[in-house]
Design a protein around this ligand. Sequence first.
Ligand SMILES: *Cc1c(COP(=O)(O)O)cnc(C)c1O
Length: 379
Amino acid sequence: MRNIPLARPDIRPSDIRAVVKVLKSLHLSRGPISVAFEKAFAKYIGTRYAVAVNSGTSALHLALRALGIDEGDHVITTPMSFIASSHAIMFERATPVFVDIEPATLMIDPDLVEKKILELKKRKKRVKAILAVDLFGYLADWERLCAIAKKYKLALIEDSCEALGSRRGRRMAGSFGDVGAFGFYPNKVITTGEGGMLVTNNKEIADVAYSMRNQGIVRGKVWGVYDRLGYNYHLSDINCTLGLAQLKRIQKIIRKRRELAHEYTRQFKKAGLVRSPVEQKGTFTNPFVYVIHIPQKYGSSHRDRLIRLLNVRGISTRPYFPAIHLTNFYRRTFGYKQGDFPIAEYFADRGLAIPFYHALTRKDITYIVQAVNEVIKGF
Ligand SMILES: *Cc1c(COP(=O)(O)O)cnc(C)c1O
């Protein structure tokens, strides 16, 4: 039987050679390769600074810390994301305030963001920032979000962990907000095993991030001067060299991902079954996952049955994403319930990510599309 995983990193001989070289150099962390990776990454995104950290979650955490988000602050964000984007807000005892998504794009709805800001202000709550997410490789409506952030003097954080290589015009994902975050887990566009990157044009944010990934040290001073609370969020040179090797061939990676996504879309269209987010005008998308949604007349029990029956045929899939506000922790902490964000819930109930990685063949795709079709026909 076939065994098609959901995701698989693309590791080439050149990646392996690079890692072996670092091991032989004996300079395993905080060495020249991490600086080179940061430089190359900043250049690629077009931001002045890039700070390598040990996960995308750490990048989000440092972004919030660097912006001074604190206990009692409110940060407006989306319930349709990987849970890290909301958890990071809670690390600092700030409150994530969800607003619903736009059905066409699945991204946070700027109209609802503005409405929520006004409502919170009326209730005398401190609103500090908007944390929006580029979902599945697609871009949020950054033009509108930037305008709203400016109007109400809020910080804007971009969770671009899923959107490395996507851009609007010449502006790369990660460079729209005050600060952007990327992740390099093995299912991401490029991987370092575990890892992340904070990007910004703001020197103060970058300096605080450099300091806080290293115990709060004062940079450039003699070692041992600590100015603030910090962590150990370093990304080792072993990880960074893998990232650098992968970044060097990112154009090829993007081309391959787009080819695979097009093939899926073509075959699903023939079957009358596709429902991926709509691309905004002028956007170049580097797809991160391939997500399908089962038809409206079915709900989450059908989706879960689809997942089980595909699994029987050797195809791994995953609900994508469960709505954050309906996870046990958020229900318990904030009292959220079914119906609070109906559009996010609609897509959370029906969405599943299907296998998407470079070694996927056209034959695999045909097999998967056929299997999806057959199962849904049997509902
Ligand atoms: C992957 C991802 C992250 C970060 O994940 P890490 O595992 O901490 O690197 C954050 N937000 C989104 C939307 C993601 O997909």
